[in-house]
Structure formats: structure tokens, C-alpha cells
Design a protein around this ligand. Sequence first.
Ligand SMILES: [Zn+2]
Length: 210
Amino acid sequence: MKYPDVKFALNRGLDYWAAKEFRVGSSDYVDEFYKSHRKKLETFAKLSKSRWDKISPSFFRTTSKIFKNHPWPKGKYIGYISIFNCNPRFLKDKTFQVYFKHKAGSNFVTAHELLHFIFYDYAIRKHADLFRGKNTESGVFWDVAETFNSVILHLPEFVRILGVKKQIIYPEHKIYISRLNRLWKEKPEIDSFIIGAYKLMQGRNILRRR
Ligand SMILES: [Zn+2]
């Protein structure tokens, strides 16, 4: 099994973009920040890499078991250090941003985004009937992807690997989480989970639109 080698790098240009996209600052602010904190950001990039390399064998081993040895999709696998707490991911080229002061730490952010990369690839290939043509950024495809992460990253094996005990859930998914945790517990198998979670949440957005 071939696993991606995740790298971490600064990317000031992407922070200009994030500042604008998420309305969290200006290019001047980014420049100022880089001027006074560049060393800190570089240190964080190095630390993120060494921390990730320590846990990545167990992360990939555990993830492969869940995804039935589904191959990792091709991509760059770079975590770009960010001065903003937005943490977007780019499914297309398999890159993402990591806030340099993220509370859960860079390993958790990296694990979360990597799970998305393999999850979306797996889901679209194995469950095209459910997800073909569906938006990955909102709606039921996004709901299933995010709640899958909440359930999976809270399993004892991932808590052990990542050291994050708290289950992280989007507010709109809170009402589903105990049922989804139970779904996995009763049958820890990805395909039935995807179908079950899909059925549970497919009406959510219709309800909200009313
Ligand atoms: Zn996510």
C-alpha cells in the first residue's frame, strides 16, 4: 500500500486569498504578520512535519482498514500554514490550510483533511448512485463527509493516535451524532455507514429550506 507523503509549507499567497474569501483580513495585514512572525510560522511548519511523520504510519494503517485498502487519490498533499483560523481544504489538488494556532493541533487538522480526500474519492466511486453530481461543499454529500469524520476521529484508535478526546461536530449535525455513533458501533463498516448516514440526513436540507 502506497501512502502519500504529507508536506507542510508557508504560502503567503494563499493567505491573501483566505483573507479575502473569508473576510478575515487584508493583504497588508498578511504582510505585516509575515514581517513580524515569519520565524514562528517556519518553525510551525517544521514542527507540523515532524509531528505528522511520527503518527502517520499508524494513521494510514488505521485509515486503510476502514477504507478497505482503497488507494489514496493522487495529489500534492501539502498543508499550507495559515495565519487565519479558516482551515479550508482543496479536494482538487489535495492541499489544505492549517491555522498555526489551531486548538486541536496540526495532526488533527491534517488527519481531518486527509480523511476528506480519501472519503470523497471512495464515496464517489463506490456510491455514485447516491453522490453523482452532488455538491461537496454543502448539502447531503458534505453532511455525510463531515459527520463521518466526527464519528471516525472519535474512535478510540484515532483518539490514541491524535490525542484529541473531544468529538468535534458542526452545530447543524449535533442532532444526528448519537445516532451516527451508534450506527458505526453496531456495524463498523464504511459502506453501511455511508448509506445509513445518507438516509438519515438526506432530507435535512429540504427541511431547512422550507
Ligand atoms: Zn471537514
